[in-house]
Design a protein. Structure first.
Lengths: 431, 307
C-alpha cells in the first residue's frame, strides 16, 4: 500500500515543484546559467516586498558584487506567500541562498535535509555573534544551518509627543496596575488604549507570549509550547483572564485589522500603546523622520513579581543556504558576506536603521530608538523567538491562530477553546 | 435500448473500424492517448494519491517519512477540530444562500431580460460584468471597498478605530461574503439561463398564453420543464460553486481562520510549514460532499430520462 502511494506521490511532488517554481517566479534563466563553481552567479530569495528591507537586501547584493565581481540576483517575494510556499520552494529549484527565521522554523527544514550545513561558515565568522544566536542557528543534529542578520524586540510602543500631551510617562508603567491605570487614562482621553490586530492569525500571539511569560515565567512558556505543559492548565486560563482585562481598551475591530492596520492607529494618533515588534520603525521612517523620532518602546509590564520583566520575544531573522540550490559553494560565500560585518555595513549605507545580530556593529552609532530597543532587550534574561517560531508549525498555524481568533469572538468560551487546543495538540502525529 | 438493436450496431462499428488506415490509427492514438495520459497523470493520480495520503501522517517533504495513520486524521477532524464544524456551517450557509437566493435571482433576471423589458441590454451588460472577473479579483475589489481603511468607511468618514468591521464581525461577515459571492454568481446564472431561454420555442409560450395561462403558470408549467437540461447545469454549478469556494475568502482573510470554509482548511493544512495530511483528509471530505449530491442528482435525472 505504501509503495503504491509513494509511487503516485512522485508525480504529485513533481507537480508541486512545478507549481512552486511558477508561483514564486524564480528566475529560471539565471538558475540554468548557474554552475556549481565558487565564482558562479548566486540567486538570493528575499522574503519581503516592503520598501526598506528591499533596499537593505539590494545593498548587500550590490556590495557583494562590487567586492567579488560575482553576480547575485535577488528575487523578492511577499512575506506571507514566501512562507506558505517555502516547503515546495525548497523541494523544487530554490534560490541558492534565502532569508528565513531562526529556531524551530529553521530546524524543521534542516531536519528534512532541505538546508545546507554551514558550520564551516560559523567557524570562520562565528566570533561575530553571541552564543545564544549560535544556539538559535543550530539544528537538532548540532550543526549550524542559519546565519542571523537582524533582530527586533516585542514591546509596548508609543508616541512620545502623545504621551507628553496627556501627561503620561510610559517609562513609569512598571507593573500591571500601572498599565491598567495608563489604559484607563488613555480611554478617558477618548483614545484606544492598546492597538491590536489579529486578522492574520499571528499578530495576537505576541501578546499571548508576553502575558504567559510574565504570569507563568519563561520555563512554563517554553514547556507549554513544547507540549510538556497542558493548555488546559489553570495557569493558561490566568493568562486569558488578564488578556480579557485588556479587551475593553482595545479597538473593537481586532479581527478586521492586520498588524499594519493596528500600526496605523498609532501612526494616526488614535491609539496610545501598540504591542508589536519594533520592525515597524522602518514604516514610521518611511512616513517621515519626525514620526520615527517620536516612536519609543518600553518592556511589557511586570505581572508576577517572581518573574519580573525577565523574558522578551526577540525574533532573529537571517539567511540560510538551500540544499536544492544550484550553487552551494557560491551561496555559502554570499551568506558569509551578508551576515558578516561587511554585510551589516552595506545595509547601514542605505541610512535605514538596522539592529543587526552582528556583535561588531557599532551600537554607539545607534539612533535613540535603536538604543532603547537594545535597552529593552538588555533588561531581559530569557529570549524567546515568537509563538509561531517556538512551537510545531502544524500546531501554530492551523490550531493556535484560529483558536485565538475564536477567543476574540467570544472570550467567555476560553475553557472550551483551551480544551480543544489541547486535544488538537494530543492528536498531532509524532515527530 | 434492447440487446437485439445493440448487437448489430456493435458489429457495424467493428466493420467500420477496419477502414482505419495505419496513419489514422497513429493519429487517433495520439489524439486519444495524450489527453488520456495527461488526464490520468494530472487528475486521477493526484486525486487517488490524496485519498491514500489522507490515511497517513506526512509533512509533505520526504517520502520515507510517510507513516500509516489509519483513520486518525479523520477522527481528529470530526472530534477535535471545532473549526471544521464552523467551516461546514459556513459552506452550508453558502450553499443554501446560493440555492434559495442567488440562483433564483439570476433566473428571475434572465427571465426579465428575455422578456426584453425596457433597458434590458443595459441590465444584461451590468449584471454580466462581474462574471468576467475571477473570484480573486472580485475579492480584491470588495476588499478595497469594505476594509477598515477602504472606500466605504472612508465615505462614511469613519477612522480605522471606528470603521465598520465588515470582514471581522462574525454577526454579519458571512452575509457580506455572501453578497460579494452573489454579485458574481447571479450574473453567471443569468447568462446560462438566458442562453437556455433563448432556445425555448416561442410557440410554446404563445400556446400557453392562448390557453389562458398566467405569466407565472407559463413559466412554471411550460418554460421551466422545457429548460430541464439548463436546470440541471444550473443546479450542479450552484453546488460546485458553493463547495469549492476558496479564492475570494483567501484573498480577504489569507490562510488564517477569519472566515473558515472547507477550501481554506484544505489549503491551510496541506501547504506551507504547517502541512500535514489532515489537509488531504479535508480534501477527501470536500470531494465526497461535492460528488455525492451531484451523482445522486444526475442519476435521478437520467433515470427519469430512461423512463
Amino acid at each position: 500500500m505504501l509503495n503504491k502511494i509513494s509511487g503516485h506521490e512522485v508525480d504529485r511532488r513533481l507537480l508541486l515543484k512545478g507549481a512552486a517554481a511558477g508561483g514564486l517566479g524564480i528566475a529560471g534563466a539565471t538558475m540554468l546559467a548557474g554552475c556549481a563553481s565558487d565564482s558562479g552567479p548566486v540567486t538570493f530569495g528575499v522574503r519581503t516586498v516592503d520598501e526598506s528591507p528591499m533596499a537593505q537586501a539590494q545593498a548587500i547584493v550590490d556590495a557583494y558584487t562590487a567586492k567579488t565581481g560575482i553576480e547575485v540576483t535577488p528575487n523578492f517575494t511577499e512575506s506571507n506567500a514566501f512562507q506558505n510556499n517555502l516547503s515546495q520552494y525548497l523541494q523544487g529549484t530554490p534560490d541558492d541562498a534565502f532569508q528565513w527565521m531562526a529556531g524551530y522554523r529553521m530546524q524543521f527544514f534542516a531536519d528534512q535535509g532541505l538546508l545546507v550545513d554551514i558550520s564551516d561558515v560559523w567557524d570562520e565568522i562565528g566570533d561575530q555573534f553571541s552564543d545564544s544566536y549560535k544556539i538559535a542557528s543550530t539544528g537538532s543534529d548540532g550543526n549550524q544551518y542559519f546565519l542571523p542578520q537582524s533582530w527586533y524586540p516585542w514591546g509596548l510602543h508609543f508616541r512620545k509627543s502623545m504621551m507628553a500631551e496627556i501627561g503620561l510617562n510610559p517609562e513609569d508603567i512598571y507593573n500591571w496596575d500601572d498599565m491598567m491605570a495608563a489604559l484607563e487614562e488613555l480611554k478617558g482621553q477618548g483614545l484606544i488604549g492598546l492597538a491590536s490586530a489579529d486578522k492574520g492569525g499571528w499578530e495576537a500571539m505576541g501578546t499571548f507570549d508576553i502575558l504567559n511569560a510574565r504570569i507563568n515565567g519563561y520555563q512554563f512558556h517554553v514547556d507549554l509550547l513544547a507540549g510538556r505543559e497542558k493548555w488546559t492548565d489553570d495557569k493558561v486560563k490566568e493568562v486569558f483572564r488578564h488578556w480579557e482585562m485588556l479587551l475593553p481598551y482595545m479597538n473593537t475591530n481586532v479581527l478586521d485589522l492586520e498588524w499594519d492596520g493596528a500600526m496605523q492607529l498609532l501612526l494616526q494618533r488614535q491609539a496610545g500603546l501598540f504591542m508589536n515588534g519594533s520592525w515597524f520603525g522602518a514604516n514610521f521612517l518611511e512616513q517621515s523622520q519626525e514620526d520615527y523620532d517620536d516612536l519609543w518602546i518600553v518592556p511589557f509590564p511586570e505581572i508576577n513579581p517572581d518573574h519580573g520583566r525577565d523574558t522578551i520575544d526577540a525574533p532573529l531573522d537571517g539567511i540560510a543556504v538551500a540544499a536544492n540550490g544550484s550553487n552551494d559553494a557560491g551561496a555559502k560565500e554570499f551568506v558569509k558576506f551578508a551576515a558578516s560585518i561587511e554585510g551589516v555595513e552595506a545595509q547601514l549605507s542605505t541610512g535605514i536603521p538596522l539592529t543587526s545580530a552582528n556583535n561588531l556593529q557599532d551600537t554607539s552609532a545607534y539612533d535613540p530608538f535603536q538604543k532603547q530597543q537594545l535597552a529593552v532587550m538588555g533588561e531581559a534574561k530569557y529570549i524567546t523567538q515568537f509563538l509561531d517560531r517556538d512551537t510545531r508549525p502544524d500546531f501554530a498555524g492551523p490550531v493556535v491562530g484560529p483558536a485565538f481568533q475564536d477567543w476574540f469572538r467570544d472570550p467567555s468560551n476560553v475553557d472550551s477553546i483551551l480544551e480543544s487546543m489541547q486535544s488538537q495538540w494530543d492528536a498531532l502525529p509524532p515527530l | 435500448m434492447s440487446v437485439e438493436t445493440a448487437a448489430p450496431s456493435g458489429k457495424q462499428v467493428a466493420r467500420r473500424r477496419r477502414f482505419f488506415s495505419r496513419q489514422d490509427k497513429i493519429t487517433l492514438g495520439f489524439f486519444i492517448g495524450i489527453p488520456t495520459f495527461l488526464h490520468v497523470a494530472l487528475v486521477w493520480f493526484p486525486a487517488i494519491a490524496t485519498i491514500g495520503l489522507s490515511f497517513t501522517y506526512w509533512t509533505g517533504i520526504r517520502l520515507e517519512d510517510i507513516t500509516w495513520a489509519g483513520l486518525a486524521n479523520y477522527e481528529n477532524i470530526f472530534f477535535n477540530t471545532p473549526i471544521f464544524w464552523d467551516a461546514l456551517r459556513n459552506n452550508t450557509i453558502w450553499i443554501l444562500w446560493f440555492f434559495f437566493i442567488a440562483t433564483p435571482l439570476g433566473v428571475l433576471l434572465a427571465y426579465q431580460i428575455d422578456r426584453e423589458i425596457r433597458g434590458h441590454k443595459l441590465y444584461q451588460s451590468a449584471y454580466f460584468l462581474p462574471v468576467v472577473l475571477s473570484l480573486a479579483v472580485t475579492g480584491i475589489i470588495w476588499n478595497f471597498l469594505l476594509r477598515p481603511d477602504g472606500f466605504v468607511n472612508g465615505l462614511l468618514g469613519l477612522p480605522i478605530s471606528e470603521a465598520i468591521s465588515f470582514f471581522g464581525d462574525e454577526r454579519y461577515n458571512i452575509w457580506v461574503i455572501m453578497i460579494m459571492a452573489s454579485w458574481r454568481h447571479i450574473g453567471y446564472i443569468m447568462l446560462l439561463y438566458l442562453a437556455g431561454l433563448k432556445a425555448v420555442d416561442g410557440a410554446l409560450r404563445e400556446a400557453a398564453t392562448i390557453d389562458g395561462a398566467t405569466e407565472w403558470q407559463t413559466f412554471r408549467k411550460v418554460v421551466f420543464p422545457a429548460m430541464k437540461p439548463v436546470n440541471i447545469i444550473v443546479i450542479v454549478i450552484t453546488i460546485i460553486e458553493s463547495l469549492r469556494a476558496f479564492d475570494m475568502v483567501y484573498i480577504i482573510y489569507g490562510s488564517s481562520g477569519g472566515m473558515p470554509i472547507l477550501g481554506v482548511l484544505v489549503f491551510n493544512n496541506i501547504a506551507g510549514e504547517g502541512a500535514s495530511m489532515k489537509g488531504a483528509a479535508y480534501a477527501v471530505i470536500l470531494f465526497l460532499l461535492s460528488i455525492v449530491p451531484i451523482i445522486t442528482y444526475l442519476q435521478q435525472q437520467f433515470k427519469d430520462d430512461v423512463r
